[in-house]
Design a protein around this ligand. Structure first.
Ligand SMILES: Nc1ncnc2c1ncn2[C@@H]1O[C@H](COP(=O)(O)OP(=O)(O)OP(=O)(O)O)[C@@H](O)[C@H]1O
Ligand SMILES: [Mg+2]
Length: 322
């Protein structure tokens, strides 16, 4: 039996702006198991960052509107600030989107690390912390001299590797990596993805949630994948199964639009997706993809059912029960 690390169940996280709500995450459910790379993909604005960042820090105007996120069986949304602080870095560590700019510019890497250690791993001596940091820097092919540098002195690729070292220094059970490769050139992207896998194999990280709009690079590392559309999940499954045999019309359209995946389907109609995602302040009832879907029929105005295909492959669509 695979061990569950995180179980998200019917989660709703909306933004409260100007008297109305942006329904950015609207009833999302999935599970992450120990030892796996779980990929979350979907086009810009579908709610990926809202979803993962709400798990570690619910900042206004973000609001938790329902559902749960169980980390080892305990709901992150009913934990106190103090309990959450204890979980950060050691339990769940996040590399937020735009993390390259998130490292404090006025502190040397050494001080960033020591300050974090004082809060999250107070039992380690400074010497132990710095030894571990040097060892990890070597693992990502950076010189220990980086410890004496300021973030701005590092190139994009070096900074991303430094961010990886900082965010995994206390061996998190779950690392959430939000678009960690999107600001990098293709070669550096590959290096960073390989490092993530190396850290997982070495047991430095227990499991990974990798978030990106770049399915081709996600496919290189993910064991399972989840596709989001306009704040909802449309499909979840083993990565290969999902890429080679997608069942949701949106997943099919998304995947056939990526030539490097080398996957083509009979349904040519979908290859050029028309229109744009709905406004999340006022999304259509039922399936949010229906207004753009060439197969839509009356039923799609109602909430689509979860259609289980076996082996953990699920898609949310009325076509599956027609
Ligand atoms: N602070 C905010 N206030 C109001 N709406 C917001 C806020 N932040 C994000 N949104 C909206 O929430 C929705 C989801 O945004 P989110 O950043 O989670 O998407 P994403 O999938 O991570 O996109 P990307 O691929 O561009 O990173 C979008 O419609 C966005 O405009
Ligand atoms: Mg994002």
């Amino acid at each position: 039996m695979r061990e569950e690390v995180l179980r998200v169940d019917g989660l709703k996280v909306w933004y409260s702006v100007g008297g109305s709500y942006v329904k950015a995450v609207d009833g999302v459910s999935f599970t992450v198991y120990r030892g796996e790379v779980f990929g979350i993909a979907g086009e810009s604005g579908c709610g990926k960052s809202t979803l993962v960042s709400s798990l570690v820090l619910l900042k206004p105007p973000m609001r938790h509107m329902g559902g749960r996120a169980l980390f080892h069986g305990k709901d992150l949304f009913s934990m106190s600030g103090e309990e959450l602080r204890k979980i950060r870095y050691k339990g769940i560590s996040i590399i937020p989107q735009f993390a390259l700019d998130a490292l404090s510019p006025t502190k040397r890497i050494r001080d960033i690390i020591l300050d974090l250690a004082a809060v999250h791993e107070p039992n380690l001596t400074k010497r132990e912390v710095l030894e571990r940091a040097e060892e990890r820097l070597r693992l990502v092919s950076l010189s220990p001299k980086v410890l004496d540098m300021y973030p701005v002195e590092l190139s994009g690729g070096m900074r991303q590797r430094a961010v990886l070292v900082v965010s995994t220094l206390f061996n998190p059970e779950l690392l959430i990596a939000d678009e960690v490769t999107s600001a990098l050139d293709v070669t550096t992207q590959r290096v960073v993805l390989e490092l993530l896998l190396e850290f997982l194999k070495a047991g430095i990280i227990g499991s990974i949630v990798a978030v990106t709009h770049d399915i081709a690079s996600l496919y290189q590392i993910a064991d399972r994948m989840m596709i989001m559309y306009a704040g909802k999940v449309v499909e979840i499954g083993p990565a290969e199964e999902l890429v080679k045999r997608p069942r949701h019309p949106y997943t099919q359209a998304l995947i056939s639009s990526i030539p490097s995946l080398g996957v083509t389907y009979k349904e040519k109609r979908l290859s050029g997706l028309k229109g744009s995602p709905p406004n999340l302040r006022d999304p259509p009832p039922g399936c949010r993809f229906a207004p753009r879907c060439p197969y839509a029929f009356e039923r799609c105005g109602e909430e689509p059912p979860a259609v289980e295909l076996g082996g953990g492959h699920v898609f949310y669509c009325w076509l599956g029960v027609r």
